[in-house]
Design a protein around this ligand. Sequence first.
Ligand SMILES: [Zn+2]
Length: 111
Amino acid sequence: MINLFGKKSSELKQEIHKEIICPNCLSKNTTKISVLGVYKHLFHIPFVSGGKYGASVCTNCNHTFELHAMPMTIKLAYFELKETAKTPIWFYIGLIGVKVLVLVKIFSRYF
Ligand SMILES: [Zn+2]
């Protein structure tokens, strides 16, 4: 069966943090922090935002951290980055489309 609805994620923002030292290889200025946005889609059209989550990867040793396992320094940098990462409007494009259709239907009664 084809997947008609489900969840997908998209990278909203990423940054290599200059002050963070990788706990695995002890290199500085190699930890890349990503903020990812999750959206729920129907027929592959994004409908609702499902929140954000984060991950980090060291560009030197490829060591990755999921948000729950991040050391505090990386976690703090992630929260800082997350504040500046906006949920893109196209996450709601399906919902906006439906609302527009409803409005058009309502107005077409009067005009
Ligand atoms: Zn590393």
